[in-house]
Ligand binder design. Sequence first.
Ligand code: HEM
Length: 110
Amino acid sequence: MPKIYLLFLIAVMTICLTSCGQTAPTVATNSISQDAKQYTSTEVASHNQATDCWVIVDNKIYNVTDFVNIHPGGNKILAGCGKDISDLFNAKHSDKAKKTLANYLIGSVK
Ligand code: HEM
């Protein structure tokens, strides 16, 4: 009888070691890992249209394709696709806009 009890205990411990307390694997989506990817400005320049729009702000690269159609400033954003818009963006946008931009970070300039 104690032997069966021991076997049961070992079985429970084995199951627990493989699954207890484990959460789903997290994908690194924080800004540090995104920032680590580097692209040349030539590469950024090829993403220059409404359906594929990357911008550079302060040496960081953002893929704002999903934001193009919801930009409060309308189509004006299209003029910036594939370009460094640091001066324009920093001069004409609020802190809220800067936070919005942060969501689209994909890397930095090589
Ligand atoms: C060439 C690039 C861009 C130009 C010329 C531009 C221009 C403008 C203009 C003229 C407005 C004012 C709209 C109004 O008040 O009626 C505006 C607002 C705004 N833009 Fe842009 N924009 C550009 C890029 C971006 C990017 C990349 C983002 C963020 C992903 C962004 C986010 C916003 C937001 C959130 C507003 C609302 C006002 C604010 O919070 O500052 N824009 N933009």
